[in-house]
Design a protein around this ligand. Structure first.
Ligand code: ADP
Length: 513
């Protein structure tokens, strides 16, 4: 077995230990490789798309993640009774848990991901920093030591200069970080960040690094195999963020030239090689306005934004993950990989940008996805689906690809204008605002873009009369008790088309659909 053209199964059956859009994405790759795709689901996900789409689906129990998607014993029990060969963890949940990876291996299954050892060193920001320093990869100015004494923190901050960032060594998801502007703030900031880190990550270790102002977040996709090869699949720019979390990603980065690109990708390969990395990983960097870049952390898993790279480089990263986990050599050499055109990803979150991005809840009353050339939808929801309160508010991703950044901007605007999602507050209006923003359009933007320029008040202008009417029609149907989709087991999207028809009947601007 070799090469990306092989369709012979490397495994017969694989368990996807995840939910939503990423479970579906992985199932698709498995099916193309003629591997039986098994899903798991919690009670509220009984009729979720990922459950219905799987070849086999197994219940995990109650909604809370700790009792379902994070319950290692239950997942291993399912793997045994389903008779799978391997487990793909997706992203989030158990994907970066080295103990889980080890237990998967000890139970006799293949873990589709890196070795537990490389997950362990890279999973801690402090040990990762130490390894990168040794490998000659630039790290953010700071001191590679855990700090719990305010006097030592003051000393370090004095050395590197304010503002500084206190960071939890075990942090993730934008949590466990605090900017400190002066000595007066440092003691209370240290206590609070340590307390947060202890409760969120069960590890209170904190370190101090320089806070880079108006930075950009750049990252490089890497892929390694069990035969010592590591390649990069170029960079992604992920500087449109809210609360230190990504909202829009694009590739190539509009802010770097070829020389910087080469240096960045070279550093990423050095970083991955330093831990003998196997599988898909992402090396994250932060760049200052002068384009000096520094290692931030390595994510030892598939990223949410992996489709941007897939579109621009023309590869299937999930397929490659499965092949590499089965012991096959990487299907591509570095010289096979090129960036073609431009891609952007828009994360669709069930949240309210006007309420500090608080998660919103509700039922999907209407979902009409944009289509056409260069438009890809990775979607975990369907009409009639009640969004469970237990999980991440990211429901779907819109990915657009075009021959140039300019064409990509136009395609993204077209696709987002066509997107119909009703039933709860979401951030599509925010994406449309970003696409009109002068700094984003010019490619000169930093992670401060939303914080400094976005005013949620402007969003109301993006709700069209058509959408208001659609919403009213859909709500009227709910009140009349038509089509209780969530209660009907085996309900399929097709059963719900009445919702759409009723909505359309009350519309005045039909041409916009
Ligand atoms: P997490 O693991 O929580 O995602 P990261 O270290 O990857 O944390 O950082 C997430 C984001 O926080 C970055 O993309 C960036 O916006 C911001 N950030 C992190 N470190 C710094 C820094 N030293 N200076 C400025 N911003 C930073």
């Amino acid at each position: 077995m070799n090469g990306s053209t092989s369709t012979s199964p490397v495994f017969s059956k694989v368990l996807v230990a995840n939910r939503g859009e990423i479970s579906l994405r992985i199932q698709q790759a498995l099916r193309e490789m003629r591997i039986v795709a098994c899903a798991v689901y919690s009670d509220p996900d009984r009729t979720a798309r990922h459950t219905l789409a799987a070849d086999e689906a197994y219940p995990l129990g109650p909604g809370p993640s700790a009792e379902s998607y994070l319950d290692v014993d239950k997942i291993l029990d399912v793997a045994r009774s389903a008779g799978v060969d391997a487990i793909h963890p997706g992203y989030g949940f158990l994907s970066e848990n080295a103990d889980f990876a080890q237990r998967v291996i000890d139970a006799g299954f293949t873990f589709i991901g890196p070795t537990p050892e490389s997950m362990r060193v890279m999973g801690n920001k402090l040990s990762a920093r130490a390894i990168m320093e040794k490998a000659g990869v630039p790290v953010v100015p700071g001191v590679t030591e855990a700090v719990d004494d305010p006097l030592r923190a003051v000393e370090i901050a004095h050395e590197i200069g304010y503002p500084v960032l206190l960071k939890a060594a075990a942090g993730g998801g934008g949590k466990g970080m605090r900017v400190v502007h002066s000595e007066a703030e440092i003691q209370s900031a240290l206590e609070r960040t340590m307390g947060e880190a202890q409760s969120a990550f069960s590890d209170s270790s904190i370190f101090v690094e320089k806070y880079i102002e108006h930075p950009r977040h750049l990252e490089v996709q890497v892929m390694g195999d069990q035969h010592g090869h590591v390649v990069h699949c170029f960079e992604r720019e992920c500087s449109v963020q809210r609360r230190h979390q990504k909202v829009i990603e694009e590739s190539p980065s509009p802010s770097i030239d070829d020389h910087t690109r080469q240096q960045l990708c070279h550093a990423a390969v050095a970083a991955a090689s330093a831990v003998n990395y196997v599988g898909a990983g992402t090396v994250e960097f932060i760049a200052d306005p002068q384009n000096n870049f520094y290692f931030l952390e390595m994510n030892t898993r598939l990223q949410v934004e992996h489709p941007v790279t897939e579109e621009v480089v023309g590869i299937d990263l999930v397929r490659a993950q499965v092949q590499v986990a089965a012991g096959m050599p990487l299907a591509w050499k570095q010289s096979d990989l090129r960036q073609r055109g431009h891609a952007m990803e828009f994360r669709i979150y069930a949240e309210d940008p006007a309420k500090n991005y608080a998660p919103s809840l509700g039922r999907v009353l209407r979902l009409r996805l944009p289509q056409g050339a260069g438009v890809r939808n990775d979607v975990g929801i369907r009409e009639g689906y009640e969004i469970p309160i237990f999980y991440d508010p990211m429901l779907a991703k819109l990915i657009v690809h075009a021959e140039s950044r300019r064409a990509c901007l136009a395609r993204a605007q077209r696709a987002l204008a066509e997107y119909r999602l009703l039933g709860f507050t979401h951030n599509i209006g925010l994406h449309r605002w970003v696409l009109e923003n002068k700094d984003f359009r010019s490619g000169h933007y930093s992670t401060s873009l939303l914080e400094e320029q976005f005013d949620p008040e402007v969003l109301t202008t993006h709700i069209s009369d058509e959408e208001r009417q659609m919403m009213a029609a859909a709500l009227a149907l709910v009140e009349a008790g038509v089509g209780d989709a969530s209660s009907a087991s085996g309900t399929r999207p097709a059963d719900l088309s009445d919702w759409g028809r009723a909505g359309r009947a009350q519309m005045t601007h039909r041409n916009q659909l």
